[in-house]
Design a protein around this ligand. Sequence first.
Ligand code: CMP
Length: 141
Amino acid sequence: MAVERTLSIIKPDAVAKNVIGQILARFEGAGLRVVAARMMQLSEAQAQAFYAVHKARPFFGDLVRFMISGPVMIQVLEGEGAIARNRELMGATDPKKADKGTIRADFADSIDANAVHGSDGEDTARNEISFFFSSLDVNGR
Ligand code: CMP
């Protein structure tokens, strides 16, 4: 399996619950490495631009409001099959449907406050990583 990089965001609900470390430990425990990281409070314009693909969806306004409600922790994860592995670790978007033992089943409260975001494919991963990080920020091995 190819070594990939994917973008992961620990959302405001999980940051407020003080579980950044527990979530990062799950990534590391599954063989993913944090190769870039930054903590920041997104502006409304940044959140709208990051989620532009969802602009026409009825939940867009709530999604943006939620994502700017507090600081987020953003990281690039690297490892074999990192994109799919991260999605397995996160569980389904709606925590009510997420498998037992996944991050969203264990830490999320609702489909909006769902603890984490992860890129859903190779193109998305490339675009989402470059949205937040320059190549100089990403420390490969
Ligand atoms: P995320 O993986 O960050 O991508 C878009 C987010 O929109 C998603 O997680 C959810 O938090 C949020 N969202 C709210 N309602 C829906 C919905 N019906 N379908 C998909 N995503 C939704």
